[in-house]
Design a protein around this ligand. Structure first.
Ligand SMILES: C[S@@+](CC[C@H](N)C(=O)[O-])C[C@H]1O[C@@H](n2cnc3c(N)ncnc32)[C@H](O)[C@@H]1O
Ligand code: SF4
Length: 283
């Protein structure tokens, strides 16, 4: 699947090298995040109707031959239905792009809990200074992180991120915020920084809907609920609660904070003022 941001004039954007390609390179995933579009919250298996698919290097070369690569502004391998690192050819695809274009950078979003530290080092070497990987870090303990990032291992992710960040490629962290990790945002930022991330972005989960109406079913639409109840793999009912970040609506300059000034912002972890804003928001 290839996604395009709304483009007023495709040809003009193509000619001006402005296109950002958002591509689902795979529908495979090791993780079982309860609110993900690919996850059935009733048992955390993949939703039935989603086929398991992935791009091969050959598919990619066919869609983006060498003469087209430099017309693209950026490749964004995040997607909606799986994790790009599960793609068997991801390393070769990154290598193909980097070796055959002048693209400023390629971005990959991942739960980071698969493959070895050696593999991650190799990916960083291949991507060099033109690859940025966004690692999901949702807590400072395994329990906190995996309440949402089910079936992932925080220590493994941190080791992988550290190994990757020892190359010229860049690692940054991404954190989905609920009630259970809202007060840990500053600690998550510090941990991410210590293990190699140059920055961090926080977002609030707003995917609160009824268990019998998961996203992706496309039939009933969403029925919003206060809490999100899911059934884990051992058949236990569990609960996720929204962060209820207290936005005041007042400006960032005053002592109050505004959700829009904080979430979806990329915070530079080498900047003390940014760290201070995260610390303030975590209170
Ligand atoms: C389906 S994931 C695909 C990429 C990769 N597997 C990952 O999780 O980073 C796409 C994006 O959705 C984000 N995401 C997952 N659960 C979310 C939630 N409950 N609310 C908002 N974003 C969420 C992920 O962190 C990721 O940035
Ligand atoms: S890691 Fe990404 S694709 Fe996998 S289940 Fe979680 S949100 Fe979905």
């Amino acid at each position: 699947m290839v996604g395009f941001l709304p483009i007023v004039n495709f040809n003009k954007s193509f000619d001006n090298n402005e296109l950002i390609m958002w591509i689902d390179l795979s529908t495979y995933c090791n993780a079982k995040c309860p609110q993900c579009h690919r996850t059935n919250p009733n048992g955390l298996e993949k939703i039935d109707w989603l086929p398991l698919k992935q791009w091969s290097l050959e598919d990619f070369k066919k869609a983006f031959p060498k003469q087209i690569l430099n017309k693209i502004h950026r490749f964004d391998f995040c997607g909606t239905w799986g994790d790009p690192i599960l793609n068997k050819d991801i390393l070769k695809i990154v290598e193909y792009i980097v070796d055959n274009s002048f693209l400023p950078w390629v971005q990959i979003n991942t739960n980071g809990s698969v493959r070895s530290e050696e593999w991650w080092w190799e990916l960083g070497k291949v991507g060099d200074s033109r690859l940025i990987v966004v690692f999901d870090i949702d807590g400072v303990t395994q329990e906190q992180h995996s309440l949402y990032r089910q079936n992932t291992n925080l220590e493994k992710i941190l080791n992988n991120m550290e190994s990757f960040s020892n190359t010229k490629a860049k690692a940054t962290a991404f954190s989905v915020i609920f009630k259970h990790n809202r007060k840990s945002m500053y600690d998550i930022a510090l941990l991410s920084k210590r293990r190699g991330a140059i920055g961090i972005t926080f977002i609030e989960s707003d995917r609160f809907f009824k268990l019998d109406d998961p996203p992706g079913t496309g039939e009933k639409g969403y029925i919003p609920t206060k809490d999100f109840i899911f059934v884990d793999r051992s058949g236990q009912k569990q609960k996720l609660q929204p962060s209820k970040f207290k936005a005041t609506g007042k400006s960032e300059k005053g002592s109050h904070r505004q959700a829009n000034d904080f979430f979806w912002v990329w915070w530079d972890l080498s900047n003390d003022e940014h760290l201070e804003k995260i610390r303030h928001a975590s209170n």
